[in-house]
Ligand binder design. Structure first.
Ligand SMILES: Cc1cc2nc3c(=O)[nH]c(=O)nc-3n(C[C@H](O)[C@H](O)[C@H](O)COP(=O)(O)OP(=O)(O)OC[C@H]3O[C@@H](n4cnc5c(N)ncnc54)[C@H](O)[C@@H]3O)c2cc1C
Length: 512
């Protein structure tokens, strides 16, 4: 189904020049909303050779795999990515069913799994399940400190570890079984690092953890790839709206810049690209990732960003969650297995990981998801890896990764004959110069107010004669859905609405 093209709408008064920096879902979402409201002087400047940003689909083995976003988290009525994808007819029947939309998984969907231990044994699934339930209870509790005036710990990691230490005293059984329980809990904390996009849950603030809102619905994927959503969104906009290969170097604001032609009026904003090209505008919506902003916050704006914004950008967390995707000639896992969990028996939430990443980077892997069905994907496993270990993995060659992981598979299954994978694809989100990581989290010392500070438009204050010169969108600017595609989409629409309201107010004033 096509979305309203906006042709019926036209804005009264002069059509402002709007530039959007970044052609991810936030930037395209902002453009779509403005276009629907009649804005026609719109351009998106994108640094790379493609639109989509952290939504990126690739061909691998027999099918498609996701380099960036994998699932719609909480695919139900309140999720705008779910709504839009349903309108575009991009989801399968199961994802669209009422039943699927009502499932409450609390952020932790479960799959049929097999857990292997580092001594090459299958771990009792009942034990893994009971530890998972215990962990999920602690996780749910860690989200309840938002409105309390007292935090029992600074970080989510510290809180969960304190609780584990408390309950572990009552565990029955011998030392070996207690150690195994701790090792299982450690695997679950590593999974949490991937979900939060952080090196350690010790870095994630406890009291603001409850800001993030979990929507109902069992996470679903796009049969035609997540990027099919970006393609559909772009179809609702004029073809030439996105200018690719235009890395923005500096946004000059609070200025008085003459437009491209001699007779043109002046503009408060001028955007300068790496190649020296410039674009003037009334308004710029910045949607670059927080990782990029962190690295360039002193030079990206001129005059520079106000100090409260710089502080919030520096304090907020932005970490790495990478994927390693492997194709095998034949599966070594059971046909009904959807998830292979790896439990390192020597690990515990109370023991720091060895610092020599060369020796141990692969111990941070949480296991492997089986991409299903094999007729569609081939025999493909996908793993997630977060933090410093992921950043180290990005420096290795494909062959080095394949060698390490083949050893891991052989050791954990106790089968020394498992052949190496025939194909590998791994992501490098930390090294990607226009992203510098995967997604944001609210770090220790931060609060939801810091997210709002980052999102605050410039110039600050209501008295400016040229308001809303620089606006900020992107996943890291959404207080309750940060780190997600739906948070990013909503943030782009939010900033578009700001401009639409401004236009309405200015139009009313000029009609008085
Ligand atoms: C591995 C991984 C897995 C994920 N899994 C999920 C998931 O399952 N579900 C989910 O909801 N979310 C997931 N996410 C998060 C989700 O992908 C992002 O939150 C969302 O796509 C961000 O959109 P955005 O528009 O804010 O930013 P982006 O998509 O990053 O878009 C910003 C754009 O700005 C461009 N840019 C940067 N600097 C400049 C510059 N100087 N000049 C011009 N352009 C510039 C970039 O190239 C980019 O195209 C995942 C992300 C990753 C990396």
């Amino acid at each position: 189904m096509a979305l309203p093209s906006g042709n019926g709408n036209s804005i009264s008064g002069p059509d402002p020049e709007v530039l959007i920096v970044g052609s991810g879902i936030a930037g395209i979402g902002a453009a779509q909303r403005l276009y629907q409201h009649g804005f026609r002087n719109l351009r998106i400047l994108e640094a790379t050779e493609r639109s989509g940003g952290r939504i990126q689909t690739a061909h691998f083995a027999k099918g498609l795999v996701e380099i960036g976003a994998q699932w719609i988290h909480g695919p139900s009525k309140e999720n705008p990515v779910f709504q839009l994808s349903s309108q575009y007819d991009l989801l399968d029947e199961e994802a669209l069913s009422e039943e699927n939309q009502q499932v409450e998984v609390g952020g932790h969907p479960t799959f049929p799994f097999t857990s292997y231990s580092s001594s090459g044994k299958v771990v009792d699934p009942e034990l893994v399940e009971s530890m998972t339930n215990f962990y999920n209870t602690l996780f749910d509790q860690s989200r309840e400190f938002l409105q309390r005036d007292y935090d029992p710990a600074a970080s989510v990691g510290a809180y969960i570890k304190n609780e584990i230490a408390h309950y572990a005293q009552e565990w029955a059984g011998d030392e070996i079984s207690k150690k195994l329980k701790l090792a299982i809990l450690n695997t679950l904390m590593k999974l949490e690092c991937c979900i939060s996009g952080t090196h350690s849950m010790d870095l994630v603030g406890l009291s603001p953890f409850g800001e993030y809102k979990i929507l109902p619905g069992l996470d679903c994927v796009f049969p035609g790839g997540y990027e099919s959503l970006i393609e559909q969104m772009l179809k609702s906009l004029p073809k030439d709206i996105v200018l690719l290969n235009k890395p923005v170097k500096t946004i000059h604001w609070k200025g008085c810049f003459r437009g491209q032609t001699p007779q043109e009026r002046t503009f408060p904003v001028k955007v300068e690209c790496d190649n020296g090209e410039t674009f003037t505008a009334d308004h710029v919506i910045v949607t670059v990732p927080l990782g990029y902003l962190k690295e360039h916050c002193n030079t990206f704006l001129h005059p520079p960003l106000p100090s409260n914004k710089v502080q919030a950008i520096r304090k907020m967390g932005f970490g790495t969650n990478d994927k390693i995707i492997l194709e095998f000639e034949k599966p070594f896992w059971e046909p009904d297995c959807r998830l292979i969990k790896l439990i390192w028996e020597d690990e515990s939430p109370f023991v720091d990981a060895e610092p020599d990443l060369q020796k141990v980077w692969f111990k941070k892997l949480i296991g492997f998801i089986v991409l299903e069905p094999p007729q569609q994907y081939g025999h493909v496993l996908c793993s997630f890896l977060a933090g410093n270990e992921a950043e180290f993995m990005e420096t290795l060659t494909d062959a080095e990764i394949v060698t390490s992981l083949t050893e891991v598979f052989r050791r954990f299954t106790g089968n020394p004959k498992i052949p190496p994978p025939i194909n590998i694809l791994r992501t490098k989100w930390h090294s990607s110069m226009y992203t510098k990581g995967s997604y944001s989290y609210v770090a220790v010392g931060c609060s939801g107010d810091d997210i709002d500070t980052i999102a605050e438009p410039l110039p600050e204050g209501p008295t400016e004669s040229k308001p809303l010169q620089v606006l900020f969108a992107g996943e890291a600017t959404h207080r309750t859905f940060y780190s997600t595609t739906h948070g990013a989409l909503l943030s782009g629409r939010r900033e578009a609405e700001r401009l639409i309201c401004l236009q309405d107010v200015q139009c009313c004033k000029s009609n008085l």
